[in-house]
Unconditional design. Structure first.
Length: 843
C-alpha cells in the first residue's frame, strides 16, 4: 500500500466515523441542487482558538461559536454568483449550477466538509487504483477563507485534483504548486499585502513601528514576512513585536492573558513608535481593542491586515476613532450590482422540517442568526461596497468559465457531459475573462493579480466607512495614492513615527542602540562630506586636492597655492637673485682675471672658485622655488642650497684657520703641518664637511619624504598650499645647527686673527654673516611653526638668497672693490709692507 493509498484508507475510516447520513432541506441557504455542484467553504462562525474538537469524535458545532458577519456576507456572494450564472443565458445555457456550502468555523471544521465533498452522493468514497473517472460530490470547491484551513482542505482535495479556488487565503506557501497543484486563488499573496504595507509606511516616512500578531499561523507567518521584508531594506525598524494573547473562547480573558495584554499596552504607551501593525483574525481583536480603549490611547496609526481591515463589527466600536487613524490593506472595491439587496434577501420560507433527525447540526450548514445580524450591519456593508465579496464572486465565475470551456458551450446549449474535476482544473488554469470591467486570469502561481486597496476607516454616517486612499498593483508592485488621509490631528498633519528624525543633508547618522532607524545626526565637518549612496553613517574625508564646507554632500576642488612668478615678492626675490647671480659671475671673472694677484691669493686662491661656483649655481637654481613643487624642486630646495652654503662656509672657515693657525701649527706641530700640506688639508676638510652635510641631508630626506604635499591654509581651507614635506622645518634647524657650529669655529679663528691686517681680517664679516644666517634660520623656523602659508616659501627663498648674497657680496665684494679701484694695493710689495708693519707692531 503506497502512502497515498494509506492516507486514503485513513480518510475513509474517518469518513465512516464522522459522516452520518445527510438529508438536506430544500432551499436552504447552504444547498442548491444542480447539474454540477460547487462546494463552498466559509467561516460563518469562528472559534479562534480551540483545537478541543480534535479530542473527541464529533464534528464541532460551529453555531456555538461567535458569528462572523463577513463570513455570511461572503457566502451570500457565492449564492448570488451561482444564481446570476444560472439566470444568465449565455455562460452555461441549459446547465443548472448547484452548490453545497459548509461552515468551517475558521479552522475547527475543515476535514469533515472536505471528506463530504470527496465522497459520492451516497456518502461513499470508494478505494480505487485510479480516480480519473471518479465523480465526487462536487466538481470544484470555493474557499475556505484562511490559509491554514485551505491547506488542510487542499491536502484532501489535491489527491483527487479537485479544483479549489480560495478567495482570501493569502499565505505565500500556497504558491507552491507542487504542494498545492489544485489550489488557485482570487487574491494576491501575502507578500503583496506586506509590500503594500511597507510602501504605505515609506510614503508617510514612518520608520519606527510596532507589530502585534495573533497567536496563530496567520499572525506568526505574516509577522515574520513583514520583519523579513523590513530587514531586507533596513529603512523601517520594528520597535517591538508582540504576540497578542488569545483568550479561551468561552472563558474570556484570564488573569494571565490580562497581565500579558497589560504588558503589551504598557510597552505601547511608552514607545515613541506611533504606527501599530496588527496581524490577527478579527475575532481575536475585539477584546484587544476594548482594552486599548480602556487605556485611552491617542494619536496612533493602526495598520490593519486584510483579515480585519474591513470588519464591520470592529468598526462599530466607534470610540476607536479617538485612538487615532485606522488604515488597512484589502482587496480592491468592485461594485456588484444587485448584491446589496441580495445579501439580506429572505429565502422563501423553509419547508417545514418533518420527521428528520436534523443532520444540519452536525454538518454545520446552519446559521439561524446570520441573516438577522447581517441585516443589522447592512448599512455599513452597503456603504463599504464589495471587496472580498468580489473575490468570491470572481472565484465562482472562474469555475463557471472553466465549465463553459469544458462543456464546449455555445450561445444556446452545452454538452452536458460528465465533468471530472481534474479536467475542470486544466480548464480553470486557462480561463481569461472579463468580469465587471476586470480582466481575470490566473498567473503562473495560480493567483489572480487583483489590485489591493489601502483604506482608511471613517465613522461619518452615510459615508463609506472604508474609504480608499490608495491602490496597489501587484504586477507593477507600485502604490498609487488617490485620496488624502484625514489624520484627526491638529492641522491634519501626518503623524510622525520615527525613532529619529531624518537628518539634514550633509549630516551623518550616529547609531544609537541596535536599530538602524535610531541615530543622532552629526554635522559633517569641513573637509568631509556625506555620500548617501555609499555610507550614511560616516562622513568621508575629501580627497587631498578637494575641500568641502560644513554639512557638505560633495567636495569641491581647492585652489592650489604656491609661489608664482607674477607675484611681487617673487619678483623682488628674483631681482635679488639675479643681482647675486650677475655679481657672482662678475666676481668670478675678476678673480679669474686677477688670479695671480695677492688679493685673490689672500682670499683663498683656488678655493675662491670652490666657493664662487656653488654660489653661482645656487643663484642659478633659485627658480626651483617658484611654481608647483615637484619631487625635483623639493629635492633642490631641501638639499642643494644647504650643501652649497656649507661648502662656502667650510671654505671660509678653513681659510681663516690657515691664516691664523698655519704658522703656529708649522712651528709647534710640524708633523701635523706636514700632513696638512701634503694631503691638501683644506680640500680634505671641505670635502669632509660637505660629505657630512650630504649625509645629514640624505638622512633627513630618508626620514621624511621629498614628495611635495598639499596642506590646508589655516586661514582659508578652500586653499591648499602645495609645499615640500612638512618636517622640512626640523631639517632646516638641523642643517642650521651644523652651519652654526662651522661658523662658530670660523669665527673663533677670525677672532684670533683680529689684529691681522684688514685684508686678512674677516672676523667682522664672518660674525655678521653668521649672525644673519643664524637669526634668519631661527626666525624662519619660528615663522614656519606659526604660519603655514605660501609666505613660508617666500621667506625660505628670501633667507636663502640673502645668505648667499651675504657671502657673495660681503666676502668677495670688498676684495673686488680693492682689485678694481685700488690696484696699487694689490701688489706683493704692498702686502709685504702690510705684513711687515703688522709683525713690527706685534713685536
Ligand atoms: C435571477 O432571476 C430571478 C427571476 O428572474 C430573479 O428574481 C433574481 O433576482 C435573479 N437573480 C440574480 C442574482 O440576478
Ligand atoms: C482613561 O481616562 C479615564 C477618564 O478620563 C480615566 O478614568 C482612566 O483612568 C484612564 N485610563 C488610563 C489607563 O489612563
Ligand atoms: C417521514 O419519515 C417517513 C419514514 O421515516 C417517511 O416515509 C416520510 O416520507 C417522511 N416524511 C417526510 C415529510 O419527509
Ligand atoms: C430575525 O428577525 C425577525 C424579525 O426582525 C424575527 O422574527 C426572527 O425571529 C429573527 N430570527 C432569528 C433567528 O433571530
Ligand atoms: C454597534 O454598537 C452599538 C453600541 O456600541 C450597538 O448598540 C449597535 O447595535 C452596534 N451595531 C451593530 C450593527 O451591531
Ligand atoms: C487575456 O485576454 C486578453 C484579451 O482577451 C489578452 O489581452 C490577455 O493577454 C490575456 N491574458 C492572458 C494571461 O492570457
Ligand atoms: C493631498 O493634499 C495635497 C495638499 O494638501 C495635494 O497637493 C495633493 O494633491 C493631495 N493628494 C491627493 C491624492 O489628493
Ligand atoms: C496649525 O496651522 C496654523 C496656521 O497655519 C498655525 O498657526 C498653528 O500653529 C498650527 N497648529 C499646529 C498644531 O501645528
Ligand atoms: C557616492 O557613492 C557611489 C557609490 O559608492 C558612487 O558611485 C558615487 O560616485 C559617490 N558620489 C560621490 C559624490 O562621491
Amino acid at each position: 500500500m503506497g502512502p497515498q493509498a494509506r492516507t486514503l484508507h485513513l480518510l475513509l475510516l474517518l469518513l465512516h466515523v464522522l459522516a452520518k447520513p445527510v438529508q438536506l432541506i430544500e432551499n436552504s441557504d447552504f444547498h442548491l441542487a444542480g447539474d454540477y455542484l460547487l462546494g463552498g467553504l466559509f467561516s460563518l462562525h469562528a472559534n479562534v482558538k480551540s483545537i478541543s474538537h480534535l479530542s473527541y469524535l464529533q464534528v464541532p458545532k460551529c453555531n456555538e461559536f461567535d458569528m462572523k458577519v463577513l463570513g455570511y456576507n461572503l457566502m451570500q456572494a457565492m449564492r448570488f454568483a451561482v444564481e446570476e450564472i444560472n439566470n444568465c443565458s449565455t455562460l452555461l445555457p441549459g446547465v443548472l449550477l448547484g452548490y453545497e456550502m459548509v461552515d468551517v468555523c475558521y479552522h475547527s471544521n475543515n476535514v469533515h466538509p472536505g471528506l463530504y465533498f470527496l465522497a459520492q452522493d451516497d456518502e461513499f468514497l470508494p478505494i480505487l487504483q485510479d480516480y480519473s473517472h471518479y465523480m465526487p460530490h462536487v466538481v470544484a470547491v470555493i474557499g475556505p477563507d484562511n490559509s491554514e484551513s485551505a491547506i488542510t482542505v487542499s491536502n484532501l482535495l489535491s489527491h483527487f485534483l479537485i479544483p479549489q479556488v480560495t478567495y482570501s487565503a493569502i499565505s505565500d506557501e500556497l504558491r507552491d504548486k507542487r504542494r498545492f497543484p489544485a489550489m488557485l486563488r482570487t487574491v494576491p499573496s501575502a507578500s503583496h499585502h506586506i509590500e503594500a504595507m511597507v510602501q504605505l509606511m515609506t510614503h508617510f516616512h514612518w520608520n519606527w513601528i510596532v507589530v502585534l500578531v495573533s497567536n496563530d499561523d496567520y499572525g506568526r507567518e505574516n509577522g515574520q514576512l513583514l520583519s523579513q521584508r523590513l530587514i531586507r531594506t533596513g529603512d523601517i525598524c520594528i520597535a517591538f513585536q508582540e504576540v497578542l494573547p488569545t483568550p479561551e473562547p468561552s472563558q474570556g480573558m484570564g488573569p494571565e492573558e490580562q497581565s500579558q495584554l497589560d504588558n503589551i499596552l504598557e510597552k505601547l504607551q511608552r514607545t515613541t513608535a506611533r504606527v501599530v501593525v496588527v496581524f490577527s483574525p478579527e475575532l481575536a481583536l475585539h477584546g484587544f481593542f476594548r482594552e486599548v480603549l480602556r487605556w485611552n490611547f491617542t494619536g496612533l496609526v493602526w495598520i490593519a491586515s486584510e483579515s480585519w481591515s474591513i470588519d464591520p463589527v470592529l468598526h462599530n466600536l466607534t470610540e476607536l476613532r479617538h485612538t487615532g487613524t485606522f488604515l488597512g490593506i484589502t482587496i480592491q472595491r468592485v461594485s456588484i450590482p444587485g448584491f446589496s439587496e441580495f445579501r439580506v434577501r429572505h429565502t422563501k420560507a423553509t419547508q417545514p422540517i418533518s420527521n428528520k433527525t436534523s443532520p444540519r447540526a452536525t454538518c454545520n450548514q446552519d446559521c439561524d442568526a446570520c441573516l438577522n445580524i447581517t441585516e443589522s450591519y447592512s448599512n455599513v456593508l452597503m456603504l463599504s461596497g464589495e471587496r472580498v465579496v468580489y473575490s468570491v464572486y470572481s472565484a465562482v465565475y472562474a469555475v463557471a468559465h472553466a465549465l463553459h470551456r469544458l462543456l464546449r458551450c455555445n450561445q444556446v446549449r452545452c454538452t452536458k457531459e460528465v465533468v471530472y474535476p481534474w479536467k475542470l482544473l486544466r480548464e480553470l488554469w486557462d480561463v481569461n475573462f472579463t468580469l465587471l470591467g476586470n480582466q481575470l486570469f490566473f498567473d503562473q502561481q495560480g493567483d489572480m493579480p487583483m489590485f489591493l486597496d489601502i483604506i482608511q476607516w471613517q465613522w461619518d454616517l452615510s459615508q463609506n466607512p472604508f474609504q480608499s486612499i490608495a491602490f496597489y498593483s501587484p504586477t507593477k508592485q507600485r502604490m498609487t495614492y488617490i485620496h488624502n488621509v484625514s489624520w484627526h490631528t491638529p492641522n491634519n498633519t501626518i503623524p510622525m513615527s520615527m525613532c529619529s528624525k531624518s537628518c539634514q543633508p550633509g549630516q551623518m547618522k550616529k547609531p544609537v542602540g541596535l536599530h538602524t532607524c535610531c541615530f543622532e545626526c552629526v554635522n559633517c565637518l569641513p573637509g568631509t562630506y556625506l555620500n548617501l549612496s555609499a555610507d550614511e553613517f560616516n562622513c568621508l574625508p575629501c580627497p587631498d586636492s578637494m575641500w568641502s564646507h560644513m554639512n557638505a554632500i560633495t567636495c569641491f576642488k581647492r585652489l592650489q597655492a604656491f609661489l608664482e612668478w607674477h607675484e611681487a615678492p617673487t619678483i623682488v626675490v628674483a631681482l635679488l637673485a639675479s643681482l647675486g647671480f650677475f655679481s657672482t659671475l662678475a666676481i668670478l671673472l675678476i678673480f679669474w682675471r686677477h688670479f695671480q694677484t695677492p688679493m685673490v691669493r689672500s682670499a683663498g686662491g683656488p678655493m675662491c672658485f670652490l666657493m664662487l661656483v656653488p654660489l653661482l649655481l645656487a643663484f642659478g637654481m633659485v627658480p626651483v622655488y617658484v611654481g608647483r613643487p615637484t619631487v625635483f624642486t623639493c629635492f633642490c630646495r631641501q638639499a642643494f642650497f644647504t650643501v652649497c652654503f656649507s661648502v662656502c662656509l667650510s671654505c671660509i672657515t678653513v681659510r681663516s684657520f690657515q691664516i691664523v693657525c698655519v704658522f703656529k701649527m708649522a712651528r709647534r706641530l710640524p708633523r701635523a703641518y706636514g700632513f696638512w700640506v701634503r694631503y691638501h688639508g683644506p680640500y680634505v676638510f671641505v670635502a669632509f664637511i660637505t660629505a657630512v652635510k650630504v649625509a645629514l641631508v640624505a638622512a633627513n630626506m630618508l626620514a621624511t619624504t621629498i614628495n611635495p604635499i598639499g596642506r590646508t591654509d589655516p586661514e582659508d581651507p578652500n586653499i591648499v598650499i602645495l609645499s615640500c614635506h612638512p618636517n622640512y622645518r626640523n631639517g632646516l634647524l638641523f642643517n642650521t645647527s651644523m652651519d652654526l657650529l662651522l661658523s662658530v669655529v670660523g669665527f673663533s679663528f677670525a677672532y684670533m686673527g683680529k689684529e691681522l691686517p684688514t685684508n686678512y681680517n674677516e672676523a667682522k664679516f664672518i660674525t655678521l654673516s653668521m649672525t644673519f644666517s643664524f637669526t634668519s634660520s631661527i626666525s624662519l623656523c619660528t615663522f614656519m611653526s606659526v604660519h603655514n602659508g605660501v609666505l613660508v616659501t617666500i621667506m625660505d627663498l628670501l633667507v636663502t638668497v640673502l645668505n648667499f648674497l651675504a657671502i657673495s657680496l660681503g666676502y668677495f665684494g670688498p676684495k673686488c672693490y680693492m682689485i678694481l679701484f685700488y690696484p696699487e694695493r694689490n701688489t706683493p710689495a704692498y702686502f709685504n709692507s702690510m705684513i711687515q708693519g703688522y709683525t713690527m707692531r706685534k713685536s
